[in-house]
Design a protein around this ligand. Structure first.
Ligand SMILES: Nc1ncnc2c1ncn2[C@@H]1O[C@H](COP(=O)(O)OP(=O)(O)OP(=O)(O)O)[C@@H](O)[C@H]1O
Ligand SMILES: [Mg+2]
Length: 252
């Protein structure tokens, strides 16, 4: 037993040293359990992660940290918390997707597959639209390109002024369509909260809910994504019909 405690402390210290400031360490101590520390250490040993700066944002299921890779590339590190609820819902998204049909039912396995799903979805999506390039995943941690400048993420679509809502909507509908037809994927949680704005580029994030188009709910997710973006851009002055937009996507 004393050995275990000693190892735990040493590991904790090793992980602590990855954090750049006392503020970042405090954030990490509040949210990270021992297994997450191990995943971060593993990512350091794999020569992926170097320094972790602090929290970009924390949500109900995950915390996103800003970090640098060993190569000096700025990245976002999204950590899914084991203790968070909602993993039964994750299971439904996973089981209906032929890529993840055989996931085990325990909380940890589901969260690991969830993280892998976000990685795989980003890999597919990054071939055809603007989204973070995935760098690595390890258990409940995914590392991806940081969409921002210096230490600040680009703003969310919901927080920016839209100059040309018709054009913005068409751009998003084209991307939805390319993702559906060319990569057989639907985002599943698309809205003005999960699109960042980099000058005139729209960059989609938060891909864990994305499913293969053969998922039994895929078409419903597609309709919901389209409804969300049409409603948003209509509020900004566009004049689109969600039914027509769906037709346009499916028939393009
Ligand atoms: N790659 C990234 N680059 C820059 N900022 C990011 C990146 N990924 C996430 N963020 C920031 O962190 C916030 C939360 O990330 P994200 O939307 O992926 O998680 P979430 O909404 O908390 O998801 P979940 O519901 O899965 O917990 C984003 O709104 C964005 O501000
Ligand atoms: Mg989000």
């Amino acid at each position: 037993m004393p050995d275990d405690i000693y190892r735990h402390d040493r590991e904790k210290e090793k992980a602590r040293r990855m954090f750049d400031s006392s503020e970042a360490r405090k954030a990490f101590e509040n949210v990270l359990d021992h297994d997450t520390l191990m995943a971060l250490i593993k990512l350091q040993e794999r020569d992926v992660l170097d320094r972790i700066y602090g929290v970009i944002e924390s949500g109900k299921e995950s915390v996103v940290f800003l970090a640098d890779t060993v190569e000096g590339e700025r990245v976002a590190v999204k950590i899914y918390m084991y203790r968070a609820g909602g993993f039964r819902e994750m299971e439904d998204y996973l089981r209906g997707d032929k890529r993840f049909r055989n996931v085990k039912s325990d909380r940890r396995s589901i969260i690991h597959e969830w993280c892998k799903k976000e990685y795989k979805n980003l890999k597919k999506a990054s071939r055809i639209l603007n989204c973070p390039t995935p760098v690595a995943f390890q258990k409940n941690v995914i590392v991806m390109e940081f969409i921002g400048e210096e230490f600040s993420p680009y703003p969310k679509l919901k927080d920016v002024e839209i100059e040309n809502p018709e054009e913005g909507l068409q751009q998003v509908l084209n991307d939805i369509s390319d993702l559906w037809h060319d990569e057989k994927l639907v985002h599943g949680d698309l809205s003005e909260y999960n699109i960042l704005v980099e000058k005139d580029r729209l960059v989609w994030i938060d891909f864990a809910q994305g499913v293969h188009t053969t998922h039994p709910e895929a078409q419903n997710f597609l309709e919901r994504d389209i409804r969300n973006v049409v409603n948003f851009f209509n509020d900004q002055g566009a004049d689109a019909d969600p039914e027509k937009a769906l037709k346009q996507v499916l028939e393009s």
